[in-house]
Design a protein around this ligand. Structure first.
Ligand SMILES: [Ca+2]
Ligand SMILES: [Ca+2]
Ligand SMILES: [Ca+2]
Length: 70
């Protein structure tokens, strides 16, 4: 079992558990703007099942389209 330790300096949103290893998951949970579109993860429509309404956030999705998060 792996417990998440809260770092005092991390002011990030208390989102879902972040995995710190390379898995087959997408890159919507790493806090990085992987497609260089300007928005990362929860701010990137790529990470939502319904981007138009920003519903269905899923960290296993993948940022791939840099044109939709300007
Ligand atoms: Ca990301
Ligand atoms: Ca992005
Ligand atoms: Ca994007």
């Amino acid at each position: 079992m792996w417990f998440i330790i809260r770092h005092p300096c991390s002011g990030g949103a208390d989102s879902l558990l972040s995995s710190n290893d390379d898995s087959n998951n997408g890159n919507c949970g790493d806090g990085i703007d992987n497609d260089n579109g300007g928005k990362a993860d929860e701010d990137d429509p790529d990470c939502y099942a319904n981007p138009s309404t920003f519903q269905g956030y899923d960290p296993s999705r993948t940022e791939a389209n840099r044109d939709n998060d300007l």
